[in-house]
Design a protein around this ligand. Sequence first.
Ligand SMILES: Nc1ncnc2c1ncn2[C@@H]1O[C@H](COP(=O)(O)OP(=O)(O)O)[C@@H](O)[C@H]1O
Ligand SMILES: [Mg+2]
Length: 575
Amino acid sequence: MSIREIVELILASKRDVVVVAIAIVANSIALLVSPYLLGLIIDESIAKGRLDLLPQLVSLLVVTVLAQWAAMLIRTIKIEAIGQRVLRDLRHSLFEKYVKATLDFHKENQLGDLVSRVVNDTSVVNEAIVTGLLNVLGDIVSMTGSLAVMVYLSPQLTLVSLVTVPLMVFIAKKLGVRLRRTWREVRERVSRMTTVVEENISGIEVVKSFGLEENALARFDRVSREVYRFSIRASVLAGLFFPLMNVASSLSLAVVIAYGGYLCLTGMLSVGLLVAFTQYVSRLMAPINELVFVYDALQSALASLDRIFEILRSEKVEADEGLELVNVRGDIVFDHVWFEYEPGTPVLKDVTFSIKSGEIVAVVGHTGAGKTTMANLLMKFYEPTKGKITIDGVDIKSVKRSSLRRFVSYIPQETYLFPGTIVANIKVVKPDATDEEVMEVCRKLGIHKFIEKLPNGYYTDVGEIGKRLSLGEKQLIAIARAMLKDSRIVIFDEALSSVDAETENMIKSALRELLKGRTGIVIAHRLSIARDCDRILVLSDGRVVEYGTFEELMEKQGMFYDMYKSQIEESISIQ
Ligand SMILES: Nc1ncnc2c1ncn2[C@@H]1O[C@H](COP(=O)(O)OP(=O)(O)O)[C@@H](O)[C@H]1O
Ligand SMILES: [Mg+2]
């Protein structure tokens, strides 16, 4: 099971595990020796008036105390080191899964949820299962040692000292467990509060335009009040719990002194041993809090562990194996391609067409016709349900994904820009490019002036002006990326939202420049763009209904003709 995998992760740091084991044993021994020494000092030196023994025995005591401290220090540091390593490995595996997972996987999982698994669940697992368990192991060793010595010194007194243990377990179960749950509630509410803040700030335009400010505030106040309520409850519980545990452990000390005092007075126990005994009792009791917490923490950590392994076991990963493409010419064929996202609802139906190397084909059709889906298939984001797609005659099913994607540039409808400068955003496709190279590319595309006009030109921080860049302007950056990548095949999915005339012209001429000498698929909403392409493919409800040159399709007076006419009329009526 998953616990086994965690144990394997822990054991991966073999050397640290050995050191921890040694430190635990050393710490326990030192813990057991010092009360005994104390007893010796009292019985052999003080009670017998042997001043000469005092310095030696006290020095020995100091040495054990120091040894105990050193062992504890090493134990703590090494356990933390093991924990951090497990944490790092888990996070690495999770994030690796995220970036290598298929798009399906990402559609199924919410962003916030994925973030929370990498950030929160891993640390819960680390705290409870790794450092928690290792520390408990250490505690159990020293508790067992204390108990053994106590039984050795006096079985009756040991029995007496344990009378408060049931009480402590009772308090721990009643209060301790509730305290921990309340802490968890606090954490949960805090993260809910974070979500409310995030949602309302990212949707601030909607909030304002619909006058929802007061609603937002009310929602925020509601969670904020809960954070307050649970935090107060937690502090009350903590205030009750920890002192009560102390009281219980002091009570057992009182019982030990009472009964032990009686044993001393009747000559059955020495004073030194009684003092030593009381120390063993506190050593036995001290970690009980800890044990209760870890027990409860373990239960919630198992849930986190499930969430982590649910992702790690997911099989929705893009395998990166198959043929390596070399020197792609750029002949593309869709050969009776069928595709469905949901079984039973085909989105592409028997799509067949071919594009010769160097040709530019426009794909037009109403929203939902399946245009973007075609691009997704060509990028191998998804596999056709039936039929095949070939590049230069090779079925892309058998081609290595990374190899395929090296030869295809995809400019999606909505370009994502990473935080950082414009120039860095263009360079993501070719990290070793120089800034000068990037500018050269932009000059060629005719967008140099546009970028220069931004507040800091090429070095403008996208984070700072992100909201000011329109979808169309972001696409210009994406075109520059594609140009720098210099791939044989280009897929361009025109931005849907209204792009102003100036940007539209920039996009058109940049695109024309980019497509020179390449094979291109241009998903066009503005049919004037389609007009510039070599051929036009009309897609309707997942089927190819027309395929030909602009002139041919106009002459045919079919679907494209109608779409074109209505768009022209529309633009005339707007003017
Ligand atoms: N991930 C998906 N899961 C299920 N259905 C999808 C998914 N993506 C798109 N679709 C559906 O597939 C059809 C074609 O979508 P799409 O290719 O985006 O159309 P277009 O780009 O032509 O507007 C639509 O009916 C859409 O709802
Ligand atoms: Mg689309």
